[in-house]
Design a protein around this ligand. Structure first.
Ligand code: UD1
Ligand code: CA
Length: 483
């Protein structure tokens, strides 16, 4: 396989500056880990082999890497770098995961460069393999402040000769603003031979992958620099400040992508959209909205302001106003909010309504049914065209177990009905206001349980004398007596 391709993603470093018990590459932006972003970009080039080099926290990092194989639809190989002896040593470890007869191009990248995309990696691969016969092609960019990066040294006619690390550079070299992104394409044969020649004779005592470039040049090989203008594509994440900056930038790019595809986003700065969210044309996203996870929104829906949707499906023309929704479905032309909380497994049917201050959970609500205000509907099935009066509660929990409430089609549940589950209200049945339902209500019946009202005359005057209530009552009674 002379023209095989492999991508090696370096993820063995400690990530000390994150100051976290979570490995750096498992921190997330836009709903995906840094490692996940790197894997998605790499898998997009459909390499023959995709290798992740792990070291620090190797159990967690390798489990996370292997766990993405399904969504990537690509096999992942894990290589262990036992000790972090430098990037050259890490690549050496990564090559160990490739089959013995591998030949072709090895792309090396890092797991903490989340904005690097498939397009850029593919361009690097295409440049490297365009027939010029380069041993190495290194992705470079120009930055205003190159502190900390390896500097790219070039000849007068632009050929890359060497990369010098910050800690090993002369003052003149430190003034160079073209930097090594840490992303490269290597010819496998040359890479193997150059790695064998690395020595830790530098200020950090490490085996520098960057020395492969000087070694290739010294052997008369061609080294090319592939310059990208957009420095964010190759920006790394070392601390939580950069994590937020990269997150903001990725969000900006995601929002712009949706805008260009026909989504109205009123205020991109206050709108957060995870990378996997799908939004159809002519959806409107109002300010302060957070669209997370596997959320899917159909056309003409209006989301927000101030709404969070997590793993939620919203149908065409539906509206969700100032509400929080998790793992639920809101079908076409349904309305939710303001100020409601839909917990997992709520399914609100077409044209249905969950209005203000309602909470639902594990509830299937049929087409056109309404829960307009102040209710809790949990572990329940509601048929079509039913109305649930204000302040209705499905009393689903007996302190030990949860029970279901079933309400039929076209039922009318009176305000402040308590439905003590398990219980069933038939099609077309009514319940009176303030009813406590303990037994099933047959279709078409009216259920009432409140006792007849009794007024105990002058109770306040006798039992609460001297209070403002008693004073007010006394004055009112006097006025009635005068008439
Ligand atoms: C490296 C480059 C530098 C470049 C910069 C870009 C070298 C010697 N220098 O520097 O020219 O400008 O990246 O960000 O390569 N890693 C391992 N095992 C190790 C050491 C590192 O897997 O033993 C991994 C890290 O987890 C990280 C990547 O390699 O993902 C880069 O390592 P890091 O220590 O950050 O390299 P820099 O010093 O930043
Ligand atoms: Ca780094």
């Amino acid at each position: 396989m002379a023209n095989g391709t492999a991508v090696v993603i370096l993820a063995a470093g400690a990530g000390t500056r994150m100051r976290s018990k979570t490995p750096k590459v498992l921190h997330t932006i836009a709903g995906r880990t840094l490692l996940g972003h790197a894997l998605h970009a790499a898998a997009g080039t459909r390499p023959d082999h995709l290798v992740v080099v792990v070291g620090h926290d190797r159990d967690r990092v390798s489990a996370a890497a292997l766990g993405t194989a399904d969504e990537l639809d690509h096999a992942i190989l894990v290589a262990v770098q036992a000790e972090q002896r430098g990037t050259g040593d890490a690549v050496q470890a990564g090559l160990g995961a490739l089959p013995d007869d591998f030949a072709g191009t090895v792309v090396v990248t890092a797991a903490d460069v989340p904005l690097l995309d498939t397009t850029t990696l593919q361009e690097l691969l295409d440049t490297h393999t365009d027939g010029a016969g380069a041993a190495v092609t290194v992705l470079t960019t120009a930055v205003a402040d190159p502190t900390g990066y390896g500097r790219v040294l070039r000849t007068q006619d632009g050929q890359v000769t060497q990369i010098v690390e910050q800690k090993d550079a002369t003052p003149e070299q430190l003034a160079i603003t073209e930097i090594n992104s840490g992303v490269y394409a290597f010819d496998h044969v040359h890479l193997v031979s150059a790695l064998a020649q690395l020595r830790p004779d530098n200020s950090q005592g490490e085996l520098y992958l960057t020395d492969v470039i000087g070694i290739a040049r010294a052997a008369g090989q061609l080294v090319r620099g592939d310059h990208v203008d957009d420095e964010m594509l190759v920006a790394g994440c070392n601390d939580r400040i950069q994590l937020s900056q990269l997150g903001r930038e990725m969000n900006r790019r995601i929002v712009e992508g949706h805008q260009l595809a026909g989504v109205t986003v009123i205020d991109p700065e206050s709108t957060y959209i995870d990378v996997d969210v799908e939004i159809a044309q002519d959806v409107t996203i109002e300010p302060g909205s957070h669209l997370r996870g596997a959320t899917v929104i159909a056309e003409d829906a209006v989301i927000g302001p101030d709404t969070t949707l997590v793993d939620t499906e919203v149908g065409a023309g539906a509206t969700v106003l100032r509400s929080e929704v998790h793992l639920s479905a809101i079908r076409e032309n349904a309305t939710v909010g303001p100020f409601s909380y839909l917990r997992p497994n709520t399914d609100l049917g077409p044209r249905g309504k969950i209005g203000a201050f309602a909470e639902t959970k594990n509830a299937q609500i049929g087409a056109g049914s309404k829960i307009p205000h102040l209710s809790y509907i949990g572990d329940a099935t509601v048929g079509e065209g039913s109305n649930i009066g204000c302040a209705t509660v499905t009393v689903n929990y007996d302190g030990v177990n949860k029970h279901r409430t079933v309400i039929g089609d076209h039922a009318r549940i009176g305000s402040d009905t308590m439905l003590i589950a398990p219980v069933e209200v038939g099609d077309g049945a009514y319940t009176g206001a303030g009813t406590v339902i303990k037994r099933d209500v047959p279709p078409g019946a009216l259920a009432v349980s409140a006792a007849d009202q009794r007024n105990i005359e002058d109770w306040v005057l006798h039992k609460r004398p001297g209070t403002s209530s008693a004073d007010a009552a006394q004055q009112a009674i006097a006025r009635i007596d005068e008439q």
